[in-house]
Design a protein around this ligand. Structure first.
Ligand code: DCP
Ligand code: MG
Length: 431
């Protein structure tokens, strides 16, 4: 007899960080609706809606880790994190093929405008909402309006390069960028390490930016690398815009912060970093569009050239999903040919969002977990550490609040071990 989802999922652990959440899952029909509603709650930008957004996301995460497609409401009765509102939404989807609530939200003028405006580099929900109230609706409206409140250099640059920046960054572009930076680092000191983190490390084929973590095996030697690197990239004419933030870390930061405070909501860290926009040759994208035609070896080579294997051989993301024939039919949220056309102009490059983060080697593996994400996975890890272990986890360290000391980690596996969690590969952290 066919086992029901219930029978197979009764023992799903409560915390997302205790479960495997793959990139491709069986319940897109449900998670899509829940994520729209979560997004809408996020846009409302207050405490009540923060909790609502979280409830939708936590529910979506449960559906992402189910072993099969949910076909009937009875299958979800015993699942965690599924409240009455979510049940109604799921019922609606199962009865009618879609969620009328999510559809209504998607067609709502305010929501659509918020989606558009928050898609501009430098614009959050508060500014987007302000613009909406001024009657502005489109990117063209924003470009024409010279006296936008809160418009700063970052937003102006975001508007100028909006077409480029909303064209998803492909994996090959992330790799080309990493190669480029790797080259510069090698000429400075070959001991510098870099790793591409964020969604790409979790196996995504594309993303909104490239997140790169930099470190040096000798503690302290990481200082100054960013300035040197940016100077070199600037000389090559690669930098369009960027803001360098100094490290605000000190040993008191962790202990001094209120454990019940804001840190679960905001995952801001104290690393020295550069948040900016770089030029990347269009041809880097071209080679990626032919990616599916590349051989396995070619992919391995691309991967190894951009992810440093000397220190962190286990960091390689499982990108072979590209090549897995089983996955060929799965939906990719990657650019279509029409979005490719949008960016057509005389330039030989695309503007790409890049985050460069510098970490001391002693904090590297906590930083790696934090910057690999997903955002929701981090939240779950931190909540779990706090509630179950009375420990405080950040992208810098793990702090035992009872024994009042930091717990070091020399590998990503050790981070999980310190948290008494089973190790999850980056590709299993897609909640
Ligand atoms: N991060 C976080 N909280 C934030 C911002 C970032 O925990 N407020 C962590 C988790 C993210 C990682 O940093 O996975 C990289 O941030 P991105 O916003 O770039 O997220 P992704 O790389 O996952 O998404 P995308 O593929 O769209 O770039
Ligand atoms: Mg990213």
């Amino acid at each position: 007899a066919k086992t029901t989802v219930n029978e197979r999922t009764e023992n799903i652990p409560i915390y997302e960080c205790q479960r495997e959440t793959p990139l491709q899952h069986h319940n897109e029909h449900i998670t899509h609706a829940l994520e729209i509603l979560a997004k809408e709650a996020d846009f409302r930008n207050d405490d009540i809606n923060y909790s609502r957004a979280l409830a939708f996301r936590r529910a979506a995460c449960v559906f992402k880790c189910l072993p099969s497609r949910v076909e009937g409401v009875q299958e979800i009765q015993s699942l965690h994190n599924i409240g009455s509102h979510v049940k109604r939404i799921v019922e609606d989807i199962l009865d009618n093929g879609y969620s009328s609530e999510a559809e209504k939200t998607e067609n709502n003028d305010w929501f659509k405008t918020m989606m558009t405006f928050t898609g501009v580099f430098g614009v959050g929900p508060a500014i987007a909402d302000k613009w909406y109230r001024l009657g502005l609706r489109t990117i063209e409206d924003l470009k024409i309006e010279q006296t936008l409140p809160n418009k700063d250099e970052r937003i102006s640059t975001g508007l100028t390069f909006h077409d480029d920046l909303t064209l998803p960054v492909l994996r090959s572009e992330a790799e080309a960028l990493a190669d480029l930076i790797r080259c510069e680092l090698d000429t400075i000191d070959p001991q510098y390490q870099l790793v591409v983190t964020g969604g790409f490390r979790r196996g995504k084929d594309c993303g909104h930016d490239v997140d790169i973590l930099l470190t040096h095996p000798v503690e302290g030697k990481e200082k100054g690398i960013l300035e040197d690197l940016l100077h070199r990239l600037d000389r090559q004419g690669r930098l369009i815009y960027g803001k360098r933030e100094q490290s605000t870390w000190n040993d008191g930061v962790l202990q001094g912060e209120n454990i019940k405070g804001q840190y679960l909501k905001s995952t801001l860290d104290h690393f020295e970093k550069w948040i900016g926009i770089m030029k990347l040759d269009k041809k880097c994208r071209q080679c990626c569009l032919n990616y599916g035609l590349n051989s396995n070896e070619k992919q391995q080579e691309l991967l190894h050239s951009s992810l440093d294997m000397k220190k962190v051989s286990h960091l390689r993301p499982d990108t072979m999903s590209h090549m897995d024939p089983k996955n060929n039919s799965t939906k990719r949220k990657c650019p279509s040919s029409s979005s490719e056309d949008r960016g057509t102009n005389d330039r030989t490059w695309y503007a790409r969002r890049v985050d460069l983060i510098v970490t001391p080697t002693s904090q590297f593996y906590y930083a790696l977990v934090g910057w690999t994400g997903s955002k929701h996975f981090n939240r779950s890890l931190r909540l779990y550490a706090q509630k179950e272990l009375h420990m405080k986890l950040t992208s810098h360290a793990l702090y035992d609040t009872t024994k009042k000391h930091l717990i070091p980690a020399n590998s990503e596996q050790e981070v999980f071990k310190n948290l008494h969690l089973r190790y999850l590969e980056p590709v299993e952290r897609n909640c």
